[in-house]
Design a protein around this ligand. Structure first.
Ligand SMILES: *Cc1c(COP(=O)(O)O)cnc(C)c1O
Length: 236
């Protein structure tokens, strides 16, 4: 008998494939990042035994012991705010960093990556709804700062990430996902550099995000169930 987590993963993969078909996209071009924050290593193991290999964590001190306990074959994505005093520990453990939110933190990461001999793959977080409560680049600021970011020798800037303003339903996120994709297209045109990835879409709206071009969807509660405590915005 399949566990709940295995069943949930199967159902999400089915929904991802259906969204890709609607958008005439290849399902292989969409990566499901299972957001395991607040859930123990054993739960991650259960998901990995069901075939899920990419996991997202938003707090280093929570993620570190889990990563150390689990097989090295898993792929870890850091989806939380990057604090400078954690960079030295984040870079070696995470395959992708989704929420680089300023040029200052990017150049700091670049310097540490050089010391550690690493080439981190990162997304630039965009504050697409210009919300005071959220981090991320203002789109206009990103336009002026992108050349400097692309000049950093160590950071591999893969694309953009956003968390859109909360809305009443999945459809209400669509304009924000479209805006992120258009910004990406403009930045590519202006810089001549490819920014192939878009990290957007969570449990409530990942299908809409895929229809609008998401390459990485970050899905937590639909796989693992409700989180009993909230640490999304806690200290890194
Ligand atoms: C927690 C979190 C998610 C997952 O949220 P769900 O609604 O549980 O799918 C996705 N992205 C970020 C940045 C998060 O902090």
């Amino acid at each position: 008998m399949m566990s709940d987590i295995a069943e949930n993963l199967t159902e999400i993969m089915r929904r991802i494939t259906a969204a890709c078909l609607r958008a005439d996209r290849d399902p292989a071009a969409v990566r499901l990042v299972a957001v395991s924050k607040t859930f123990p290593a054993e739960t991650v193991r259960e998901a990995s035994e069901a075939g899920q290999l990419h996991f997202g964590e938003s707090r280093l001190q929570e993620a570190e012991p889990k990563i150390d306990m689990l097989p090295g074959s898993l792929h870890w994505h850091f989806i939380g705010r990057v604090q400078r005093n954690k960079v030295r520990r984040i870079l070696p453990r995470f395959e992708m960093i989704h929420a680089v939110d300023s040029s200052a933190v990017a150049s700091f990461m670049d310097a540490i990556a050089k010391e550690l001999g690493l080439f981190p793959k990162v997304f630039l977080q965009v504050n697409i709804g210009a919300e005071a409560s959220k981090g991320g680049f203002d789109p206009a600021v990103l336009r002026t700062e992108l050349a400097g970011l692309l000049a950093l020798q160590r950071l591999e800037i893969m694309g953009l990430m956003c968390i859109p303003p909360a809305g009443p339903d999945a459809e209400s996120a669509r304009p924000w996902f479209v805006a992120l994709r258009h910004l990406r297209d403009d930045l590519e045109r202006e810089s001549g550099v490819a920014l192939p990835f878009l990290s957007m879409g969570m449990s409530g709206d990942f299908e809409v995000a895929i229809e609008e071009g998401a390459t990485h969807v970050r899905v937590g509660s639909t796989i693992f169930g409700k989180r009993t405590y909230q640490m999304d915005d806690g200290p890194g």
